[in-house]
Design a protein around this ligand. Sequence first.
Ligand code: ADP
Ligand code: MG
Length: 211
Amino acid sequence: MSSFEDLDLSKQLGYAIEDLGFTQPTPIQQEAFPVIRSGKDVVGIAQTGTGKTLGYMLPILQDLKFSKQVNPRVMVLVPTRELVVQVVDEIHKFAKYLNIRVLGIYGGVNMNPQKEMLLQGCDIIVATPGRLYDLALARAVQLKSVKKLVIDEVDVMLDLGFRFQLKNIFELLPEKRQNIMFSATMTEEVDALMDDYFVSPQRIAIALSGT
Ligand code: ADP
Ligand code: MG
């Protein structure tokens, strides 16, 4: 049986996991951890509820060093405002003993408070693509510093017609970056997006339990 100890987590992450009462990593967490840390592009497919958020955040947090830099080094794109709030919340729980600044960005609210928060600087941005792009065009955020891009629920994102917005954002990112996608299903559109932007991605697919 696998345990979090096998991942050799930093003390700070280990304590946070302990506080949450988690005893062992889920299969997607276990498999994604070394691959994401290797720096390769990754596509992870596992059904809803299998712990994909921690699956990508754990390796990222393990390697994210303290910095006073204003511009974000990690960017997580999700399809909805609700998901932004949920993912920011989860990151706060895992990163509670780390000195890391996380910012959630979504549309449907006034842009000015978001601009002000961006001015303060952050390490990780969790955002919906439309609002993030608007803020980037307004020069409220500079995305050239992003080293790791995560697209969560990419199947939903493409179903909602976000492909063009994703393309716009990709153009603002540095070419040298790690691309990470997580999805509950592997669709043709996900495959096509990957073909266009990913460099020899490693696939991690967790079979449905009981099959
Ligand atoms: P997914 O994105 O695959 O749908 P989530 O990342 O939202 O799944 O996680 C689903 C739930 O499982 C969350 O409440 C999360 O806190 C919990 N969880 C994640 N990893 C573990 C773990 N290793 N042990 C116990 N619970 C976990
Ligand atoms: Mg999820």
